[in-house]
Design a protein around this ligand. Sequence first.
Ligand code: PLP
Length: 450
Amino acid sequence: MTAQPNSTEARDMAYHLHSYTNPRKLEREGPLIIDRGEGIHVFDNSGKRYIEGMAGLWSVAVGFGEKRLVEAARRQMDKLPYYHTFSQKAHGPVVDLAEKLIGMAPVPMSKVYFANSGSEANDSAIKLVWYRSNALGRPEKKKIISRIKGYHGVTALSASLTGLPNNHRSFDLPLANILHTTCPHYRTGAEPGQDELAFSRCCAEELEALILEEGPETIAAFIGEPVMGAGGVIVPPEGYWAAIQDVLRKYDILLIADEVICGFGRTGNMFGSETFGMRPDIMTLSKQLSSSYQPIAALMINDSVYEPIANEADRIGALGHGFTASGHPVAAAVSLENLAIIEEKDLVGNVRRLAPHFLGRLNALERHPLAVEARGIGLIGALELEAADGAAAGATGARVGAILQRNGLICRNIGDSIAFCPPMIITAAEIDEMFDIVEASLGELGQQAA
Ligand code: PLP
């Protein structure tokens, strides 16, 4: 791409190392500069409008341009733009948000710890689990089990939890003591003729075999997303979480529910844990907590986690953990207002009401000759395509992603799967508009292939 000298595009290419981007491809093709947003739409710097089919990064629940959040941030900026939560300090918004989250928790929770990103929340969760094991006099109980294709972030510890090769390759990860068990993807994992329940039992047996091989006394916690997001939107098969939790209970292993995507309505209940009958000891939250208008994350811990940690910190003198911006007042104020909007507009109800239409349009895409599988729940889904004409893995997904973007729909291609996760304020007509673009774009792909 030859960008105009001194344009935003040219300066981006000159100075900015992007997340999850091939830098050489960026140098060749240039960036897409997003300028503003409104409702389910964003606009680039030439004024072109796109449906944000991914709600940004699975996160802008209330849509773009929500003035109540702007106003909440402005009010808090005016009053107290920053304060910390170290050394027994607090402020109104962080206390209000902690109380609100404990009140919303689907299972009894005791305390909320605040961080700035999902990665930090998961990182903190694992550190607290280790701290607890030491507090309980079980220093050998440190291993964490995650899942192949699970996504838990990118800090050294949370990237280790993530079960995707790209997050490990050339980073010298995963760290020691992080193990990965079976991905519960029914279509690719089940034996021929095996039903979902039997496949779920098989996943639980494989987990149990790993625990026995490693020594149950060495395993501290299991972490999982209720629905796997960045691994390709993998909805667990029937009976999966019940079978997994039976095994965890048998060996006294904590359950961490990574609700960073599922939390606050995405699956049709306030939390994915409710949708799947999970009873976590720790829940990590981010994204739709503030609709990503401010960076914030939280983790909730129950009493069995909190009490030993409090005792250990008391013995040592203080809990040696904290971020400068933990519980940032502006982020907390924005989150409170965002949760109020989710409740007042009944956006969780909106997800439940629209899910049959969303999933109906998604499932209809399975008729396309290149479609392998449509999967989803609530307002999150993916269409997996087969590699066209012997194309390399991921190339077809990337091609479709580019066609969709040209046609005014931003989605996420994960390998050869296209993910959909629109803002929860979307309407039935907007869902139709979104899938009409997908159908037309798949048609173009067919023409290109012919
Ligand atoms: N956990 C899940 C389930 C996620 O989807 C993500 C991000 O996509 C994270 C954790 C990491 O969050 P962040 O990117 O805020 O560090």
